[in-house]
Write a protein that binds this ligand. Structure first.
Ligand code: PEP
Ligand code: MG
Length: 553
């Protein structure tokens, strides 16, 4: 047996034969470019070529299959010219300084995912069309044909990496799983794999492709990230059993789409999703999240080589809000520092960066940076249902300064004749023990709390969240953490404010009942966990007196 360890990006198991992905030199990669004007020109030329191809196909289809069947190619031509689609591509090229292929691939993916998440079956079917046209534009941009797999049987696709256009051109009925040498959890292969419910492992390492061959039997475990080639009989039997069990569970969860997050005794709760980029919105919609409970805006800064301008930020926030069509979107202001370092901030080296100038401390020390973000956020607020959330609060005075700055920014916008939504909710993260302990004083000043259990755990238990060596001492179910959350919930409600949880603990279904009993109003989790948490909520009966508590140390 050959064993590889990668990162499972979609929890499912597959057993089957390997097909090594053959590419005709088409690889859509994100490339930085300063010359955005020439990327836009390339895009225009590629679109013109795509329209020409589609016109030819339309005419052929008209001759061979009749007008009704050919009409789809007219729709494709219209989609190539669609204003929203083109604005999104152009915006991506100009604001993110990326190559046209990448902008088309990503935009195509986003639109496809958004379409497939819609209720209307006709709109859902447009998802395949938008993929198709994006693929066509990409191949016009690169002047290359599409990629191939050789098998008629469903196979495990093994590749160095897969571009969205390549992933979508594969016949999904013939794909058992994806395994790639490279990629990140937020790569589009990963997103597509998750959305297509296909087991996937990324980052198994450079060498694996030279050690496997077409037709080798393999087991893909998307839960553990384990990829086993030439498995023995016992390994195959175990994997088959796990696969059957998981398929049953997932089929049940899919049935929960469109259903309420309501307990057996009628208590309702919001289940939102956490994201770090606009690219994740498709997954949010596809998993039927009720809103976005945490948009980690710092990724916008981390992906850039310089401070993102007010306009750049405004366009991105606006796009998130518009994509969510009136559903709640909570954008957290910049949380740079500690493990998230950004070169161009030129921050002095600190002995203990997790206890240093991070998040709101940085923003209050650098009001010009903070003010730019606040202006962008308030300007975007009229395009949807925005909440703005401030991280790492530990003092009342910090919140006073923040609120004063918000008022100044709003006054400036009014003076400039720029609209903003006066009812934009302002909230804080409860992620320091201090914030939980003074939550009675903080609650009257804000509209909501959201508990960041990742940092609350780190700061309460004095356990560096970056240090795997102290895992044993870092009990995320620690009574101290639960008591702090309960205290914050009580104080929020005493002042008529709502409280959510957006740290990883929100997805821990062994605690869902505990959180509901504390009165938590919202749980915000990774998109892939929305239905799992909904399922947990729907099986809880708060009238039962005996509650099964997770193990306490
Ligand atoms: C948290 O601390 O729980 C949180 C949600 O924020 P982050 O993980 O981004 O620090
Ligand atoms: Mg945090």
């Amino acid at each position: 047996m050959l064993k590889y360890q990668g990162k499972g990006v979609y929890g499912a198991v597959a057993v089957g034969k390997i097909s090594v992905f053959k590419r005709q030199d088409v690889q859509v990669r994100r490339e930085k470019t300063e010359d955005t004007a020439s990327e836009l020109k390339r895009l225009e030329n590629a679109k013109a070529a795509a329209i020409e191809q589609l016109q030819e196909i339309y005419e052929k289809a008209l001759r061979e299959v009749g007008e009704a069947n050919a009409a789809i190619f007219e729709i494709h031509m219209m989609m190539v010219e669609d204003e929203d689609y083109n604005d999104a591509i152009t915006e991506m090229i100009t604001t993110q300084n990326v190559n046209a292929e990448y902008a088309v691939a990503i935009t195509g993916d986003n639109f496809a995912e958004m379409f497939s998440a819609m209720d209307d079956a006709y709109m859902q079917a447009r998802s395949a069309d938008v993929k198709d046209i994006s693929n066509r534009i990409i191949s016009c941009l690169t002047n290359c044909g599409s990629a191939e797999t050789q098998s008629d049987e469903p196979v495990i696709i093994c590749a160095d990496d897969l571009a969205p256009s390549e992933t979508v051109t594969l016949d999904k009925d013939k794909v058992l799983a994806f395994v790639t040498a490279h990629g990140s959890s937020n790569s589009h292969t990963a997103i597509l794999a998750r959305n297509m419910n296909i087991p996937a492992i990324i980052g198994v390492g450079e060498t694996f492709l030279s050690e496997i061959s077409d037709g080798d039997t393999a087991v893909v475990n998307g839960f553990t990230g384990e990829f086993i080639v030439h498995p023995d009989e016992q390994t195959i039997n175990n994997a088959e059993k796990k696969r059957e069990e998981e398929q049953e569970k997932k089929a049940l969860l899919q049935k929960l789409k469109g259903k309420e997050n309501i307990t057996l005794d009628g208590r309702k709760i919001n289940i939102y999703a956490n994201i770090g980029s606009v690219d994740n919105i498709g997954a949010v919609l596809l998993n039927d999240a009720g809103g976005i409970g945490l948009f980690r805006s710092e990724f916008l800064y981390l992906e850039n080589t310089d401070y993102p301008s007010e306009d750049e930020q405004f366009r991105i926030y606006k796009r998130v809000l518009e994509s969510m069509a009136g559903k709640k979107v909570i954008i957290r202001t910049l949380d740079i520092g500690a493990d998230k370092q950004c070169d161009y901030f030129h921050m002095p080296k600190e002995e203990n960066p997790a206890l240093g100038i991070r998040a709101i401390r940085l923003c209050l020390n650098r009001p010009e940076v903070f003010r730019t973000q606040l202006r962008a956020l308030f300007r975007a607020s009229v395009f949807g249902n925005l909440g703005i959330m401030f991280p790492m609060i530990a003092n009342v005075w910090e919140l006073k300064e923040i609120l004063a700055l918000c008022n100044e920014v709003k006054a400036e916008l009014r003076k400039d004749g720029i609209e903003y939504a006066e009812d934009t909710e302002l909230g804080i993260m409860i992620e320091t023990p201090a914030a939980a302990l003074i939550s009675d004083r903080l609650a009257p000043m804000v509209d909501f709390f959201s508990v960041g259990t990742n940092d609350l755990t780190q700061y309460t238990l004095a356990c560096d969240r970056q240090n795997p060596a102290i895992d044993r001492f870092c009990d995320v179910h620690h009574e101290a953490i639960l008591r702090l959350i309960e205290m914050a919930a009580e104080n929020a409600h005493k002042h008529g404010k709502w409280i959510g949880i957006c740290g990883e603990l929100a997805a821990d279904t062994s605690l869902t009942e505990t959180f509901l009993r504390m009165g938590i109003d919202e749980l915000s989790v990774s998109p892939a966990f929305v239905l799992k948490v909904r399922n947990a909520v729907r099986n809880i009966d708060l009238r039962c007196v005996f509650q099964q508590l997770p193990d306490q140390v």
